[in-house]
Ligand binder design. Sequence first.
Ligand SMILES: [Fe+2]
Length: 235
Amino acid sequence: MEEPGWLISYQWGEHPNEATIKEDLQQGYPLVIKNFPLSDEELQSFISRLGTALNERRNNNGKSVFDVTIVRHNNFFTSIANSNLAFPLHTDCADFDTIPNTIGLLCMEPDEEGQGTNTFMLLSSLLNHLTEDEKQKMLGKKWKFGNQLRSILSFEDGNYALCYDRITMESFSRLEVTEIDELNKLDKLFKSLSFEIKLEKGDLILFRNDLMLHGRDKIHTDSKRWIKRIRFDMK
Ligand SMILES: [Fe+2]
């Protein structure tokens, strides 16, 4: 997998105004701002100009920034986000009542060995690949994401959106063998359409949670990789 040539990238201080950033993101591509200040306050203040951030209890001070690092308690990782595991391509918060439509990841410290590369798959790549029949099937079939019944592909106000998180789908319901087979095929397809982006220190990557899937490769259990994550709703 190669980093795509079309990736939009700006320098902090030379980036365009919020309206342009929003427009860029609505095209369904990720956008990188390089040399972003390494602080929760700057991140929160910048994001507040783009949309409404999601405050979660487990975040820093219960606000909107979560540190994705390796954290262990009694030899167990405190959450999947705080583990060294690979995350297959997914949508964040797929089981929430309202799914935040945008995510920001600020790289505080890349992995020393260059592991933990971020991966993405664009909805537009998927739509280009699917036949009309396959689209209809994906629009029609509902899956259980916790308490939510949702289709992987949806179509509203003339726009397609994507929602997929196999870990959530498998945690809350017993799937039929044919369904597991279906998801295996989808995972394979998503992976074949995905691309990598290696974040450097100070890179803030912004991307639409409903217009692409994201994941990351495995890291070493002692990795110092440190990413600040912020989820928000951009209108
Ligand atoms: Fe995620």
